[in-house]
Design a protein around this ligand. Structure first.
Ligand SMILES: [Zn+2]
Length: 505
């Protein structure tokens, strides 16, 4: 709901209120006469319930000589009072006077097929309806019509607490505001008016312990003392015809929902399934070093070492797009990752440059290449589609398509970038290779992956020294360890972040 202050609306309603109040005051001064004879007649036929004076509706109809409709089945009575009618029901404090809802401080009673209304509160309503104003309790009828807040009913529902404030009209959303202070909930109703001593509250045991109405010049403040603190965000304020509702979900209900959501989120975001994609394979050798080393062989070895580390040290399932020297198309790799609901996709490659002195490791995530180097590498890695029998599967990766593909991965862009920076940092730490940094480029193999994804260019096959290193099992171990460590960090940070953001709800 809106909690803006509606000054414009308020001054308007305040003006209306004073006009009405003023006219009633004038009226009552003219009619400050003695109690009408019908009132005395009714009072003489009253009976007592719990020390309070009540009178049956049939007695009223009899004394006033008016028509009455009475249904014992629904325990409802309608008294026809000249131009208007008053409707009362058994055990209910509300009186429907014409289209106006009035609330008496005490509810009606029921006994032997008759509804009994409280004399003290019902007679002024009758007098008002009949166009008379009683002298003794005149003020209550003035206010009965000037008042627009009649009482509160607190109901305990299966999933929370419903506070129903009975009003004579609909207030503007801007006239209502709620706030909390420790175990008190305050509802301010700008332009609200209560009848002193005629504010009824019915509270079912539960969240609300008691209600205190306070009338100030500009508004009514209803203070609810609660049995425990609730979050202001959980309270919903809605306006019904003649009622303001505050709905407060039960703490248990919130917790159950929250825990379920939290659990779902945790499951959803748990990095428990990792897809390792050793580049190339089969008829596609990838880059070939001067000493005859194949990229496809080196990356498969690194991938297998990484799989072992991950499965041994982290509670994760690792799936490989290939675990032998076979050809897998780029499309199949991403499809495999998606089909197996991977939470992280790591494509492992070795780099190449026509300049054999170029060296170092780089990590890529999907995006528009921002340097010639990145563009060139992506083009080279993407070239492998030439090995595909069905090349029409691949539309040319234009800048526009890369942007579209990146947008499609919007949910994972930040994570991919984060993960890429972990990988790069660890590669630098573990291998001591030149740090070529984190870059973005349009790799086919990353397009369409619905999970955070990166492509690692471990070292340069075109660099003699690095080709030699790439062949060494101990160096492959280092690369595997670097990637493993970055997965561990990413997993810890990512899962922790999900947890904290969910528990902050
Ligand atoms: Zn490659």
């Amino acid at each position: 709901m809106s909690v803006r202050s509606g000054r414009g609306h308020f001054s308007q309603s305040l003006a209306c209120f004073f006009l009405l109040f003023f006219s009633l005051c004038t009226q009552s001064s003219l009619y400050s006469a003695e109690k009408s004879s019908w009132q005395r007649a009714i009072q003489s036929r009253a009976r007592s319930f719990d020390g309070q004076s009540f009178v049956g509706v049939h007695v009223i109809a009899d004394v006033l000589n008016i028509n009455i409709y009475y249904s014992n089945k629904v325990r409802k009575a309608v008294l026809y009072l000249g131009k208007t009618k008053a409707t009362v029901t058994a055990f209910n404090p509300f009186v429907l006077l014409g289209r106006q809802v009035l609330q008496m401080p005490v509810a009606t009673r029921y006994s032997n097929g008759d509804i009994f209304v409280p004399v003290k509160f019902f007679l002024p309503i009758l007098a008002y309806a009949l166009g008379e104003t009683s002298g003794s309790s005149g003020s209550s009828i003035d206010i009965a019509s000037a008042a627009n807040i009649f009482g509160v009913r607190v109901e305990q529902k299966a999933n929370g607490t419903l506070v129903r404030v009975s009003t004579s009209r609909k207030f503007a959303d801007s006239a209502l505001s709620i706030r909390f202070s420790r175990e008190w909930l305050y509802l301010d109703i700008l332009g609200g008016k209560i009848q002193p001593g005629a504010f009824a509250s019915t509270i079912e045991p539960g969240l609300v312990k008691r209600v205190e109405p306070v009338q100030s010049k500009e508004m009514v403040q209803l203070s609810f003392q609660l049995s425990h603190e609730v979050s202001v965000r959980d309270v919903q304020v809605t306006q019904q015809t003649n009622e303001i509702w505050l709905s407060i979900p039960a703490k248990e209900a919130i917790n159950t929902d929250l825990l379920k959501k939290l659990k779902d989120d945790q499951e959803k975001w748990k990095i428990d399934r990792i897809i390792i994609d050793p580049g190339h394979g089969g008829k596609d050798p990838g880059t070939i070093g001067k000493r005859g080393t194949y990229e496809k062989d080196v990356v498969l070895k690194v991938a297998k070492k990484l799989k072992k580390l991950l499965e041994k040290n982290l509670n994760v399932k690792v799936l490989m797009t290939r675990d032998s020297d076979k050809y897998v198309s780029l499309k199949e790799r991403t499809q495999f990752a998606n089909k197996n609901k991977g939470k992280l996709f790591i494509s492992i490659h070795a780099n190449w440059n026509r300049n054999s002195r170029v060296s170092g490791a780089a990590t890529y995530f999907l995006g528009l290449a921002k340097s010639d180097e990145a563009l060139e590498i992506a083009q080279r890695e993407n070239e492998v589609i030439k090995y595909d029998d069905n090349q029409s599967d691949y539309s040319r990766l234009t800048d526009e398509q890369i942007i579209l593909a990146t947008m499609a991965q919007n949910a994972y862009n930040k994570e991919s970038q984060d993960f890429a920076s972990y990988v790069q940092k660890e590669l630098n730490k573990q291998t001591g290779l030149r740090n070529r940094g984190v870059k973005q480029a349009g790799f086919y193999v990353l397009v369409g992956a619905s999970m955070p994804n990166v492509l690692v260019e471990t070292a340069f096959m075109s660099n003699k020294k690095e080709e030699k290193l790439l062949k060494q099992s101990s160096f492959q171990d280092k690369i595997a360890r670097a990637i493993y460590r970055s997965v561990k960090q990413f997993k810890e940070k990512y899962e922790w972040r999900v947890q904290t953001s969910a528990s902050g709800l």
